[in-house]
Write a protein that binds this ligand. Sequence first.
Ligand SMILES: [Zn+2]
Length: 167
Amino acid sequence: MAVRPVLTWGDPRLKLNSAEVGDWTPELEALVADLFETSYAEEGLGIAAPQVGVNLNIAVIDVSCGEDPALRTVLINPEIIREEGTQSGPEGCLSIARIHEVLERPQKVWVKNRRRDGSWEELVGEDLLARAYCHEIDHLRGRLFVEYFGPVKRQVLKRKWDKSRRD
Ligand SMILES: [Zn+2]
């Protein structure tokens, strides 16, 4: 297991659409282990493969940040099939470290997800978990959470982020 370098806001590779995962391989299992390791090292709640430069539909989530192994979730070719309600709360991203901004998300989502063996399961997440599902699945479509904001607000966040990297 290894912590991999995380691509940051502005890197064109974060804007790519990721590819569907085919057969599960030892390389993919190693990638998943590295993703968890990287997320924990950065004290994140999850990370998507494109953030470490691998454009595949894989992401990991652990809203306990390593405290509860039962909460480790691996998303493979995930797709949101239903959403309900709205929630408003701060969101952040390992590719835009230290920037947190309030963003509206569904309160509850249903996700069609592939298991490693190729079968499908349905995951349901509420509150923070629903937010994490939306956030990571956005990464697989080449979308960062700051892109939900208008150009002016995005500029402000960009300046704040640039400054935080210099300090
Ligand atoms: Zn992110």
